[in-house]
Design a protein around this ligand. Sequence first.
Ligand SMILES: [Fe+2]
Ligand SMILES: [Fe+2]
Length: 173
Amino acid sequence: MISNEMAQRINTQINREMYSAYFYLGLSAQAETMNLKGVAAWFLAKHGEELAHALKMYRYLIDQDARVQLSEVAAPASVDGGVLPMFERTLEHERGVTATINEMVDFALSAKDHATNIFLQWFVTEQIEEEATVKDIIGRVRLFGDQGQSLLMIDNELAALAKQIGQGAATAA
Ligand SMILES: [Fe+2]
Ligand SMILES: [Fe+2]
């Protein structure tokens, strides 16, 4: 059993994870229109990961006998200006998510809610990895540029990364 306030915060986070999924689905569609199949596949894989995050929290609430309250998911904004801004916005977005996860941990600790604190640690670790991956991609796009041959190379790299995410999800399931 967890407190109503903790449950409410997790419900809010479910909405954020659903928004993240929606945000990445939008970016995947954008990449499709640019004929960047690898970039599109990567964002689609991220979409799947974010849905899995929302479901993990959903399951936790049910296991803790807390109420699941679903709310409206906002429409994601499109990102103009090419591949680099798409990844810059992604990093900005993930940093925002990291901040909200950390706030939830702070709250769980102050409420001496050990179960939720332990549950959230998985997300703390996940955020480190997500931010690092996006930072790497941005670094490579900045180094090589997001036009012509370099763009093709980045697109191929992201296709391979998307495959790894897919395989990771398959083993985790
Ligand atoms: Fe997430
Ligand atoms: Fe994420």
